[in-house]
Design a protein around this ligand. Structure first.
Ligand SMILES: [Ca+2]
Ligand SMILES: [Ca+2]
Length: 355
């Protein structure tokens, strides 16, 4: 074969590869999906949240909000460090309060991401686990919540080579948790290549002070994790596959695959209603708009609920959707007492009535 023929073959192969990748990416990102409006009654923007509340979790009517995330490739409209706020949903005025962090903790580089709250059955102490990215690194901070001072007492920082791109966590003890990695590589250029090449190399890591191990893998990206009320099943949001993975926790803490539930959207964090067991998901309805984050053509927001997820026929329902005119890039939704809190990656947060 002549040089020209080889060159032509190479160019044709490359063009075919790029074409196939573009089609795959359009599918992954749901880029042609039109954003609609499906509003809830009595919605209000939460005063004081301007730079994101990527994750929110509620314990007995008290919401914890992880705010001010700076994430590579996504907008960040403030140079200030991130903060954890509380919001008491039992109060009538619904005002956020910044939690003061006590102890030897570097507040200046605080960059909080996924959070999880854990109550110690032995003494009722409440712990807040926070994924933190100071200087772009990944680590998990454990705090004890001091309720009468509305403060967080810093306890310890956990770093481990397996905890390299942590997005979300679920605490299962005072020192143990499951965590999701949303990328395999730590190099920023290689990280960009992962979705382009459809690599499914992300995983779930189980941490205790005695052992750290990968307990599930094969995710294109794993952006949210939570646990069933009876602590028997873990749920992982497989954001680029538009699915929620359900896994059963075995006695040896390894996970066995149960099923995947289609959600038709790029869902991020998962909150679980402790009474009904329903899953509440903050989702990105159009991944291309989310990645571009153009203020003139903003990504929208979507909240999805899954009922009876362990049954033969889980019900997947869109509870809220917005084209970006109210809130941009929703990442979490959590209900309490007939209200729904919706947080976003880098913009506002919303509270609505559910009926
Ligand atoms: Ca979380
Ligand atoms: Ca997340």
């Amino acid at each position: 074969m002549g040089k020209l023929a080889i060159l032509s073959l190479a160019v044709i192969s490359l063009a075919a590869f790029i074409g196939e990748r573009l089609v795959a990416l359009r599918h992954l990102s749901l880029s042609s999906r039109e954003l609609t409006q499906n509003y809830l009654p009595n919605c209000h923007i939460i005063e004081g949240i301007e730079y994101g509340a990527e994750d929110i979790t509620i314990l007995d009517g008290l919401a914890f909000l992880s705010t001010g995330l700076k994430y590579p490739g996504l907008p960040s409209y403030s140079d200030d460090p991130g903060k954890i706020y509380s919001l008491n949903l039992l109060d009538s005025d619904l005002k956020i309060k910044a939690l003061n962090i006590k102890g030897q903790f570097d507040k200046g580089s605080f960059n909080p991401h996924g959070i999880s709250v854990y109550t110690d059955v032995k003494d009722g102490a409440i712990y807040l686990f926070v994924v933190n990215h100071p200087q772009g690194k990944s680590q998990v901070e454990i705090f004890r919540f001091v309720e009468d001072e509305n403060a967080l007492q810093y306890i310890r920082t956990i770093r481990h080579e397996l905890l390299h791109n942590v997005n979300d966590i679920v605490a299962v003890g005072t020192e143990s948790f499951y965590a999701t990695n949303d990328h395999y590589f730590t190099n920023e250029i290689l990280k960009v290549m992962e979705p382009l090449l459809s690599l499914s190399w992300c995983d779930v890591v189980y941490y205790t002070p005695q052992t750290v191990q990968v307990v599930a893998g094969g995710f294109p990206s794993a952006n949210g994790i939570n646990i069933s009320p009876d602590k028997r099943h873990l749920y992982v949001s497989d954001i680029l596959k538009h699915k929620i993975s359900v896994m059963e926790i075995q006695k040896n803490t390894v996970l066995s695959h149960v099923k995947e539930v289609d959600v038709g959207s790029l869902c991020d964090n998962i909150e679980v209603d402790r009474e009904s067991g329903d899953l509440w998901l903050g989702c990105h309805p159009n991944g291309l708009k989310f990645m571009l984050s153009d203020p003139n053509d903003p990504p929208g927001s979507e909240v999805i609920r899954i009922e009876n997820i362990l049954s033969e026929k889980p019900q997947v329902t869109q509870v809220y959707s917005d084209d970006g005119s109210v809130i941009i890039a929703s990442s979490v939704a959590t209900p309490y007492g007939g209200k729904l809190l919706i947080g976003t990656v880098y913009q506002k947060a919303l509270i609505c009535d559910l009926k």
